[in-house]
Each structure stands twice: as C-alpha cells, then as structure tokens.
Design a protein. Sequence first.
Length: 374
Amino acid sequence: MSSSVHSRRSFLQLAGTGLAVSGLGLVPMAQAATLPAPAAPGAAGPVLLNFNECPYGPAPAAQAAVRDIVPGSGRYLFALAGDVRDTFAAQEQIAPDRVRLYPGSSEPLNRAAVVWTSATAGLVVADPTFESLGDLAAARGATVERVPLRADGAHDLRAMVAAAQRINAGLLYLCNPNNPTGSITPAEDIAWLLAHKPAQTRVLVDEAYIQYSDQPSLIGQVMQRDDVIVLRTFSKLYGMAGLRLGVAAAHPDRLRELASLGDNPVPVTALAAALASLRDPGLVAQRKAQNAQVRQATVAWLGKRGFSSVPSEANCFVVDVQRDGKAFVAAMAERGVIIGRSWPIWPQRVRVTVGTEAEMEAFRAAFAAVTAKA
C-alpha cells in the first residue's frame, strides 16, 4: 500500500467500532468504564493481578527523573526523545534510524494492523495471544487466522506459515514470551519461520516481556532484514504502564510506513523515566530474578494441589482451574483478588499476573478458599 492510503483520519475513524485503543489492547468502551481502579497509596483495596503490570512501579531513579523534569514539562524537549532513542539503540546494538518511540507499544501494534492488513492481506496470530492486533485487523475486514498454541505453549510456526500462505497474510504476529501464557517459542523455530514465511508477509515480534525471559531477542534482525518489526515496551519490567513508552524497531522503510498515520510527541515524563531506567545497570537483572522467584513459588504451590500451568518466562502465567474460568474469576474477585480472564479456546484456564510476595500470598489464600468450595 502507498502511504497516501494510510491517512491519520482512517486510523482515528476506528473509534467508531466501539473499541478503546489502550495499553490493554482493544477494550469495549462499556468494559473500559468498569475496570477496577487501584487503591490509593497506603489504602486497603483489591489485589490487582489482572493486567500484567509491574507491582513495583518505576525504578527509584525513574521516579526521581520524573519529579525533576515536571517543572520543565511546559516545553516539548524534543532532544530528550533523541537521547532515549540513541541510548536504547546503543544498548541493543542497532542503528538509531531503526528505532522509533511511541506512547506505549500498543500504538505501533495497532498501526501495524492498519498499514499491513486489509480485506486482501490477512493476519496470522496464535490462539490464545494478545488480541489487540487481531481485533483491529478484523474490524477493518482482514481475514484473521488463529492458530492454536502447541501443547508446550510455543507458537506452532509451521502451521502459522501454512496459514499465511493460505490467506495471503500481510502480517504474522509473534508474541514471545506470549501473553497470556508467558510461554516461549524457541529460537530455532523462529529461525525456521524467517526462512520459510511467504515473501509478502511481515513478521511483527512483540517482545513486551523479553526482559523477564532467558530467550534471545530478535531485535538484531532489523539490521539484516526489512520484513521484521520488533516491539518493546517500558510498561512491564520497567513498571511504566501508566507513563506510556514503547519502541518500534525496524528497517527505516517500515518505520516510515508506521509513521504515515501521523505523529505525536511522547510525554517528557515518560522519556525522563525511560532514560533513567536504561541507565540503571542492575534494574533488569534484579526485577527479572525477583519475578522469577515469586512466579516459580506460586506455580509450584499450584502444582502441588493438582493445578497445572503452562511453563512461563514472563510476569504472568495461565493456570487450569478445572472449572468455568469466568465463574472462577468472579469468585476470586469476591475475595478481593482480581485476576485475568479466560479465553474462548481455553475456557477453564485463567491468566494470573505475578505480583509481590504479599500479593501472591493473598492470591493463594483466595485460590484455596475458592477451590475448597467446589
């Protein structure tokens, strides 16, 4: 498609579908209005284990950077965005012209649906996976082929490539680690995908949870190929879900296609927090280890009680509750613990975000109470 087709107006007109484009993906407007709000600092409230947020918030250095920049936030401070871009690019060992910043990674994700899918260019996704891209592509008339995950939680890339060939896919979406499962797709499988996918199919790699994982990033591929787009976010491990900063890494031609829908400056508070986070040498390792310890302890506790989980390398996991998932989520909420939902393909499995040790203690107590009643 030419850039003239990708008007900002066409992007904004998607509001008419009744969907809210947000960091949560595409959420029905009525549902967005009823989402639980967190308690005020120091106040009692529900335990929120539903949106894969980092329970620790921005790093101390990031919080200080936000406070320091507020007095100057009456200016756009465009140079700060360049500092964040260059620092990120240097750490990932890619060229700065392969990096573009957005207010959260959901924005380039949604733009990708507009740019690379249509009534004649389909989309291939795993099932279950993060649904924003598939929902938006379907709203635009694209054929969306959902391929079930393998039993180990990995993307079935051979089946996804076959689907891409069948529907003339403009885009194939790979979330690794996957949301909602936290499961990983091995590097050798991804190498096979890149070698065998249809030539016209772009590969959009969502690495929102990569810092929690032991898996290698695909971001270096953007220096070698023009058909791979890698997304990163500061919403997860860096604890900046509400501050909103995401990164799209790709060949400059692909970045220009994403940018053809218009531009908007990133908030300087998010930029300041991101730069401080990137410059914190121990932050990623510390939070990765902290998350893994709490996650593994919780999954082990569930396993001892006969409830299985898909192997996860993220700050979430999916557990088989052996009963209707929607009813289970409601029962947990009655006990003050808000967990994620189930998916149509897995109606008895629910997603749980990994919280603090205290939050997961509350989760275990509520889980034991709900399952004891059955």
